[in-house]
Write a protein that binds this ligand. Structure first.
Ligand SMILES: Cc1cc2nc3c(=O)[nH]c(=O)nc-3n(C[C@H](O)[C@H](O)[C@H](O)COP(=O)(O)OP(=O)(O)OC[C@H]3O[C@@H](n4cnc5c(N)ncnc54)[C@H](O)[C@@H]3O)c2cc1C
Length: 249
């Protein structure tokens, strides 16, 4: 009975669907956004993810989670994948997959690491590397619904070439403050030397804990754990600090 209530038909969110690559765009030398057609996609909230399943000709299967990179929009779904040199799945998705190629996908998955457009509370987004992907979906969702919730994004990257969605993030938007932190090479003219994100940046570019912002932290495991500890040290309420770990540091 519950399955019949799922928007988009009789399929449930944990049934595998066939997705096809409809287009792609390179974000950095090692990250690619995939535009997918997923007939009957039921819609999703910013922050949710999907599972992708690849099946080799000999029947061998590999499955990995990927965040949804844009808000819900009909049967079109976007993912952005960082290529991991010795990885099993990400090199295929970013280098080998051709337009029209089919593969399996299921979702949307996750109900905690989500931004709900009706929530007017301030939002603090903190990303490390590819952890920007679900946070970009939240920024886009804010814009699409015309939310006036004030957003601040702190985005930690190694070098200027590693910034995903660079044009989008450079475009000024009322109520959205974007701060980039470079860990290895800062752009020419930068006022601060490269370095890891620490208390000082969170203090000056985040929201004060008294504002009770919803905090979303996403990236490599070590990054997420460090930032979550810093937010708690700054007095943020643990119930408002939501985290998503993408894997090894
Ligand atoms: C909820 C969730 C959402 C995710 N969303 C995204 C996303 O939007 N974009 C994205 O690019 N990835 C995302 N990931 C990570 C993704 O699921 C895979 O782990 C990643 O693509 C590596 O898979 P692989 O098969 O290429 O590498 P594997 O064959 O699994 O691993 C190869 C080697 O790389 C290391 N490794 C694995 N994952 C990572 C990683 N994330 N960073 C650095 N080293 C790693 C492994 O320890 C191993 O040594 C997400 C993970 C989770 C849990």
């Amino acid at each position: 009975m519950a399955r019949a209530a799922v928007p988009g038909g009789l399929m449930g969110r944990l049934d595998w669907r066939v997705a096809r690559l409809a287009g792609h765009r390179d974000e950095t030398p090692t990250a690619r956004t995939l535009l997918l057609d997923v007939p009957g996609w039921p819609g999703h909230l910013a922050g949710q993810h999907v599972d992708v399943r690849l099946t080799a000709q000999d029947g061998y299967r590999a499955e990995r989670p990927y965040s949804l990179a844009a808000p819900s929009g009909g049967d079109r779904v976007q993912l952005t994948v960082q290529r991991i040199g010795d990885g099993e799945v990400s090199p295929f998705l970013t280098e080998e997959m051709r337009i029209g190629d089919p593969f399996e996908l299921r979702g949307p998955i996750g109900g905690w690491f989500v931004w709900r457009p009706a929530d007017p509370a301030p939002v603090l987004l903190i990303a490390g590397g590819s952890g920007i992907v679900p946070l970009r979906a939240m920024l886009r969702a804010r814009e699409e619904v015309g939310s006036r919730a004030p957003f601040r994004l702190i985005y930690s990257v190694r070098t200027p070439e590693d910034v995903y969605y660079a044009d989008e993030l450079r475009t000024p938007r009322p109520g959205v403050d974007v701060r980039l932190v470079y860990t290895r090479t800062a752009p020419d003219g930068a006022r601060t030397a490269p370095g890891r994100l620490g208390l000082a940046e969170l203090n000056s570019h985040g929201w004060p804990a008294e504002f009770a912002p919803n905090c979303f932290v996403c990236g490599p495991t070590g990054f997420v754990e460090t930032v979550a500890d810093l937010l708690l040290a700054l007095g943020h309420d643990a119930r408002r600090v939501r985290t998503e770990r993408f894997g090894p540091a």
